[in-house]
Design a protein around this ligand. Structure first.
Ligand SMILES: [Zn+2]
Length: 496
């Protein structure tokens, strides 16, 4: 008779690949999903989770987190790994960090999640200063792969390269089998719609790239927000065979509160956020905004970073001598909503239809933006599941649409054929959701529980690397899994 390591009973099992949506039992053995049946006898399981009333989905994969930055927010390495696990993630991709920081984070405070990393491209740190030729660019990409990264991240919004260099980074990464993500912007454009307009020219007919947080380019700085959303969607639909993308659903942004000797706020973003609600762009303006609950700063607790406002926020702001992280609830909800729900237009080139109108009835309309990615990690806004569940309750996404955006498409984006699917023989990475609370209730990685009701109980982790990175990752002693980036959706193409 079979013996199972773990049995998850009576949950509503959701698999976007097979469109399975039914109450069933899931039995796990040796880190894999062994059986999915209407009724499996718990006498044959070493451990059982009663998932009555809960949803059971393949583990949430967040393709945009920050858990291995060189200068992590907060003093403790690996804090972000705790925070993503608490929010229900089972696999994360660090979008711009260092392998050393990832290894240190997993060693110090790993939460059991699987983590891959993209090397960040910053002149003077990982990239030589000054103009770069093609061989220098290939060298930089090669170094990232040798270090164990899955590829590289272009931070055009912070460290822009010329259009020629940007284009060269993309084509070099493509030729070298590296994953490449792009925060839009070059020396000629910015982290705005004009940067997105530049993308077709940068890619040419063959370039492939993951475009990060599309909502960041639809904030109304070039055109009215509504027009920016429509134009962004059209650009992405036109580049459908070359681009994968994600959107984040968090309201809070992050900036710095640092003021000069006269108490004037230095960061442009912080000043704009204050003026938006008629606060002065000064230290006193920040204090007033904190007291009113509009502004927040960040405080480190034992389990992660949290947003703090009110008098405690003012205390932290003053203790930090104004040079603290600040957050304002300013991310545009309309663009997050529309970009998440928009689908391809089947058979015409008009504007995209909202999800609920085009999803059922056998059309092959697909989401234009593949995934929901948090752009969080160590930033306290790991809200993928909470916000996606709100869209489900609202009717903008079906439960299987949510699973597609939180798990199957992210798995496809990275080329993880054994994840993102809840079917027999696949990895037993699962996320359970309490639909009443609207948040993750359990995280399971390779059949082991890593999170229960927001409390992280997992340790360590598994590094996702390429064949080229094995020589660097193996000596760390941290378990690893190799990923074939040629299977990543930007290269392998979308499934039919
Ligand atoms: Zn980011």
């Amino acid at each position: 008779m079979d013996n199972y390591d773990l049995l998850i009973k009576n949950g509503r099992v959701l698999d976007a690949e097979s469109n399975f949506d039914s109450v069933a039992d899931v039995a796990i053995s040796n880190g894999l999903i062994d059986r999915i049946e209407p009724e499996i006898d718990p006498a044959f399981a070493d451990d059982t989770i009663d998932a009555s009333g809960q949803w059971v989905m393949p583990g949430m994969i967040d393709t945009h987190v920050h858990v291995a930055n060189v200068a992590d927010l907060g003093g403790k390495r690996g804090l972000g790994l705790q925070m993503v696990a608490a929010a229900g993630a089972t696999t994360v991709i660090d979008l711009g960090g260092s392998m050393d920081a990832l290894v240190a984070g997993i060693t110090d405070r790993g939460s059991g999640v699987n983590a891959g990393s993209l090397g960040y491209l910053k002149p003077g740190e990982t990239v030589p200063e000054g103009r770069l030729d093609a061989s220098q660019i290939r060298d930089v990409v090669g170094k990232a792969l040798d270090a164990g990264s899955l590829g590289v991240k272009l931070l055009g919004g912070y460290y822009p390269f010329t259009p020629e260099e940007t284009s060269q980074f993309i084509s070099s990464a493509n030729e070298m089998g590296a994953y490449i993500a792009y925060h839009i912007g070059t020396t000629e454009t910015g982290s705005r719609l004009d940067g997105l307009r530049e993308l077709p020219a940068l890619l040419g007919s063959s370039g492939r790239v993951h475009v990060a947080h599309i909502n960041a380019y639809c904030r109304g700085s070039v055109l009215p927000v509504e027009q920016e959303i429509q134009e962004a969607l059209q650009i992405l639909e036109d580049l459908r065979n070359q681009v994968v993308s994600e959107v984040h659903l968090a309201r809070p942004n992050f900036t710095r509160g640092k003021c000069d000797a006269d108490g004037r706020v230095l960061a442009d973003v912080c000043r704009n956020c204050l003026r938006l609600k008629d606060y002065e762009a000064t230290a006193d303006g920040i204090r007033a905004a904190l007291r009113d609950g509009y502004a927040s700063t960040v405080e480190e607790t034992r389990t992660g970073l949290v947003l703090v406002t009110g008098e405690r926020g003012v205390e932290l702001f003053d203790e930090g001598g104004t040079d603290v992280s600040m957050s304002f609830p300013v991310n545009n909800a309309e663009s997050a909503f529309q970009l998440t729900a928009a689908r391809t237009t089947v058979g015409n080139t008009g504007t995209a239809k909202p999800a609920a109108q085009s999803a059922p009835g056998g059309t092959n309309a697909e989401f234009i933006i593949d995934a929901i990615g948090s752009d969080a990690g160590v930033l306290p806004r790991n809200v993928n599941i909470e916000q996606a569940m709100r869209l489900v309750k609202f009717g903008a996404l079906g439960p299987l649409d949510m699973v597609l955006k939180l798990s199957l498409n992210p798995a496809r984006m990275i080329g993880l054929s054994s994840k993102g699917r809840l079917s027999e023989g696949k990895d037993a990475d699962l996320t359970l959701i309490d639909p009443v609370e609207g948040r993750a209730s359990y995280g399971v990685v390779a059949g082991r529980v890593i999170m229960m009701a927001g409390r992280v109980v997992g340790t360590g982790g598994t590094i996702l690397t390429t064949g080229q990175g094995v020589a660097a990752v193996a000596p760390t002693g941290i378990p690893f899994e190799t990923v074939d980036i040629t299977q990543a959706m930007m290269y392998a193409g979308r499934p039919d």
